[in-house]
Unconditional design. Structure first.
Length: 189
């Protein structure tokens, strides 16, 4: 069984990052947990007591607020533009022709070409298939007569955390969605 990742919040209750269960356990043992905010408990098997032979269990919460020096959630923070999160933002589709892509097939396309001053930024990149990328080449969509199936957006940290965890638990998803802007078209790859 793969143990789900734990959503770590800062002491103000805003999301910071995903941590794996080992890190979560050490936060419990070092008394860093300020409070728990999940509706799911993850039960971990501990060691066997030498005296009784009974195995111990530790329950960790799916969402933990931590008293430490974590950077607080910044509402204007732009999450890193990463290939995997871009792939999920665009639903695993070529945003020009709609072909479903595998992760390795996906290419990153600059809508305004970099040679024309286009930025390498969330709002100027989309995932594409090789054919569309090659056809569009160093042109703007208008010049190439191509149109986008959806407008590329810049995720906030909450959305980025959703994109970054493909095995997200329902309560974690609900928690993050409350902090994500409403969007007309959101793919779910
Ligand atoms: Zn395509």
């Amino acid at each position: 069984m793969t143990i789900p990742r734990i959503l770590k919040l800062d002491a103000g209750g805003l999301p910071v990052e995903w941590v794996d269960w080992r890190e979560a356990v050490s936060l419990y043992f070092t008394d860093k947990i300020a409070w728990e905010a999940g509706s799911e408990k993850i039960r971990l098997r501990g060691g066997r007591s030498r005296d009784t032979g009974i195995r111990s269990f530790l329950e960790i919460d799916s969402i933990i607020a931590v008293r430490d020096r974590s950077h607080r959630f910044a509402r204007n923070l732009v999450p890193a533009l990463t290939r995997r999160e871009l792939f999920h933002r665009d639903g695993g589709l070529c945003l020009y022709c709609g072909t479903r892509l595998s992760f390795s097939q996906m290419q990153i396309e600059h809508i305004m070409p970099r040679s024309k001053g286009g930025e390498h930024a969330w709002t100027n990149v989309v995932s594409t298939c090789e054919g569309c990328n090659r056809f569009k080449d160093d042109r703007t969509p208008e010049q190439a007569g191509m149109s986008l199936l959806a407008l590329p957006y810049e995720p906030n940290l909450a959305e980025w955390l959703i994109l970054a965890n493909r095995r997200i638990l329902a309560d974690q998803q609900a928690f993050l969605e409350r902090l994500a802007p409403k969007r007309k078209a959101r793919f779910d790859a």
